[in-house]
Design a protein around this ligand. Structure first.
Ligand SMILES: [Zn+2]
Length: 498
């Protein structure tokens, strides 16, 4: 299989924009009155990163589940519905959605960040009409649109990954701190299919209803289908546990649509009945059979035989690392991380300092987590590839010297992975305090320009405070680029004050 060569992000966005603006140029409801989709918000993962993570997980699913080929009538039918729904989403916030049908008996559907969506045959046959099937798809599409998985991954990463650096009392809990390079979570198919929260569910219902309405499907059908699932209980347990009922689904949707102008909803029932009849003839497998077959490679072989292959969406650059099933991170061009010449003064509470204007601050979401100052493109699934990570520890033993505390932090960082100190800790004065500086070497979470793993250079600086707390700061860059960033790091360090 050949993959498109890497394109610049600007070009990529332009291509996606064109594709979707064409799709969007169809007769629509009067602008002033029809419900508008909400702002999807932002995450630390770029669009390209979300697509890469989603595509990598989709490739894994093609190895572990029986998928119908794109040419199958079921897939063709589901795609038609999908395209009609996608056409309601303004280009700027849309995704290159792709639709796949799984030969599974149970009712289920799921969507990955970036827009790969999987619908079980069992979902098609369980629906009473096209609007119900469209309802499930619009709900999944809403999760992608709102970037729920990316937002959850970001939270999980901060909690499990860099967060591990924090809160541990030194001299205890060996291994509680992960190395910077290894600290992040490993992204696999399971990771990107996290269970949604009830808040996410309520939002996916809201947004899904708007998508349905704009596509002229009755949003009520989405609630009907969920209610049917709850009533059946046993056939859609996975779906219900992944998508917990936010409560009063039916009432919430009714309330939402009440103020919208009346329109004639389409039924699409002739096409639906034909597709459903056809779907009833497809050989399907139970979740247990699918799990068994995944172990023996049965589905991978079957999919290849049937011509069910996953192709990347237009414009998606696939990094060799993700093709090889390694890191989800792609190469990061220098221009995406280069610090701007303008610096911003930032008050971080414990410390004040300057930072490059284009390196945003990500505050810890929980006590004990690290604070990150980094260009967005450098925050990847495996950790932070370029930037600055800050945290503080309180030594349990007040008599520990700054050398002992620094050693303990290094040992803790080492316990999580392949990080090694380079040389000895040197004295340094920061904000009038006498701290230590030591260089470390590890593996960057970002591959080099050839997609190969590359070395990372980290500089750990420890600064004792009057109250016994020790602030520690790690400056991070691939070894190859460290010297280019050194003046920026130096400027940040010199600007620090309590
Ligand atoms: Zn959901």
């Amino acid at each position: 299989m050949t993959f498109p060569t890497r394109r610049s992000p600007v070009r990529l966005i332009a291509l996606i924009g064109l594709a979707f603006s064409l799709a969007f140029a169809r007769p629509s409801l009067p602008q002033a009155r029809q419900p508008q989709l909400p702002n999807p918000g932002s995450t630390m993962l770029t669009r390209q990163q979300q697509q890469q993570i989603g595509f990598q997980a989709a490739a894994e699913i093609y190895k572990q589940m029986p998928i119908l080929p794109d040419s199958s009538p079921e897939t063709q039918y589901v795609r038609q519905i999908g395209q009609r729904l996608v056409a309601t989403i303004p280009a700027a916030n849309s995704w290159p959605f792709q639709f796949h049908v799984v030969a599974q008996k149970e009712i289920n559907a799921f969507a990955l960040p970036g827009g790969e969506m999987f619908i079980n045959v069992g979902t098609i046959t369980a629906a009473s009409n096209e609007a119900e099937l469209a309802g499930v798809m619009a709900h999944e599409m809403a999760h992608v649109y709102m970037q729920h998985s990316a937002k959850q991954m970001q939270k999980a990463q901060l909690t499990q990954g860099l967060a591990g650096l924090a809160g541990a009392i030194l001299g205890d809990r060996a291994g509680a701190l992960g190395s910077l390079g290894q600290a992040g979570i490993k992204i696999g198919a399971g990771m990107v299919m996290l269970k949604y929260s009830r808040g996410d569910e309520a939002q996916a219902d809201d947004v899904g209803a708007i998508i349905l309405y704009r596509a002229r499907y009755n949003p009520q059908a989405m609630a009907d289908f969920f209610q049917k699932l709850e009533a059946q209980g046993s056939t859609g347990p996975q779906f219900l546990s992944d998508h917990p009922n936010p409560g009063n689904r039916e009432a919430a949707i009714q309330k939402e649509i009440r103020s919208w102008p009346a329109v004639n909803y389409s039924t699409g029932n002739a096409a639906f009945n034909e597709a459903r009849q056809q779907a009833l003839t497809v050989k399907t497998y139970t979740a247990n059979e699918i799990a068994q077959g995944a172990k023996t490679g049965q589905w991978n072989a079957l999919n290849k035989r049937n011509g069910a292959v996953l192709t990347p969406p237009p414009g998606l650059a696939i990094s060799p690392a993700s093709q090889a099933g390694g890191s989800a991170a792609g190469r990061v061009p220098w221009n995406d991380v280069a610090p701007s010449s303008s610096f911003a003064f930032t008050d971080l509470g414990l410390i004040k300092m300057v930072r490059p204007g284009n390196w945003p601050v990500t505050a810890p979401q929980q006590q004990g987590q690290s604070l990150i100052i980094a260009p967005r493109a450098a925050v990847v699934a495996g950790g932070v590839g370029y930037g600055v990570v800050l945290n503080a520890v309180t030594p349990r033993d007040k008599s520990m010297t700054i050398d002992q505390v620094t050693d303990a932090i290094v040992r803790n960082l080492q316990s999580g992975g392949n990080l090694q100190p380079v040389g000895k800790a040197a004295a340094i004065t920061v904000a009038g305090a006498h701290g230590r500086s030591v260089y470390l070497e590890s593996t960057s979470p970002i591959p080099d320009a050839n997609g190969q793993p590359q070395k990372e250079r980290d500089r750990l600086v420890t600064i004792p405070r009057q109250d016994g707390t020790v602030i520690f700061i790690v400056f991070v860059a691939p070894e190859h680029d460290y010297n280019r960033l050194s003046p920026t790091f130096e400027r940040m360090l010199k600007s620090m004050q309590f």
